[in-house]
Design a binder for this molecule. Sequence first.
Ligand code: MF3
Ligand code: CO
Ligand code: CO
Length: 274
Amino acid sequence: MTEYQLIEADETVYRDGTIKLHGPEGFEGMRRAGQLAASILDDIATMIEPGVTTAAIDDRVRELTLAGGAVPATMGYRGYAHSCCISINHVICHGIPSDKALKDGDIVNVDVTPLLDGWHGDTSRMFFVGDVALKAKRLVDVTYECLMLGIEAAQPGARLGDIGAAIEAHARQFRYGVVREFCGHGLGRLFHDAPEVIHASQAGTGPELKPGMFFTIEPMINLGKPHAKVLSDGWTAVTRDKSLSAQFEHSIGITETGNEIFTASPKGLHQPPY
Ligand code: MF3
Ligand code: CO
Ligand code: CO
């Protein structure tokens, strides 16, 4: 049985397995956090080029987050010490910023989560570094389509499983692998909360989607097999078969009539090339 919990303004919330249902204050808070998150990625788009280190991108993310009156929710999160995650090529997610430089032909995901006035805006996009091979570009395009198809499936009255079903059906047409080890998640005042949003699931299963639910959809799609492993640093998740992987993430809220994408790009920089 799924339990839902109505959240009032300024209420302290706990990770207790319930799915939170928010009101107008929550939507307003998430809109502001989400727009800051998206504007940070808009800015980062201008600095992606061969030779730039992932540490330099992380520094810029931190500066922009603080300048926006927020803090990076990842800093200090379960021992993570950086302002964002940067995942290159066969890294699926949770790549750690370092002095490693981007190189021509890379595809790279930057995932940011500013915490603004108590609300989390969680979003990621792919970027192309210089000239990218056609098969990598196609993977990135299809991954973006998977995200948007998942969002279209996220309607009031639909089931949570409808989202992963839409994503998987699309990825399967290209024989891509949908990663199952990492999920989307409820968020709001908490960074990671119920429900888990699985990106490969069955239509008509799972909890009903209700107005006021906030969660991310963040499909990770591999050019090869779906299997992931985490490196010895405890964070970096890579494809087992070393195939390329792509991901996009939005934070959304279910409304009476559909959904609202909190993290839509203010500049319309939704997918590369930007
Ligand atoms: N932003 C990631 C997500 O989409 C979570 C990163 S947690 C970190 O859920 F600690 F790895 F940064
Ligand atoms: Co997320
Ligand atoms: Co994220």
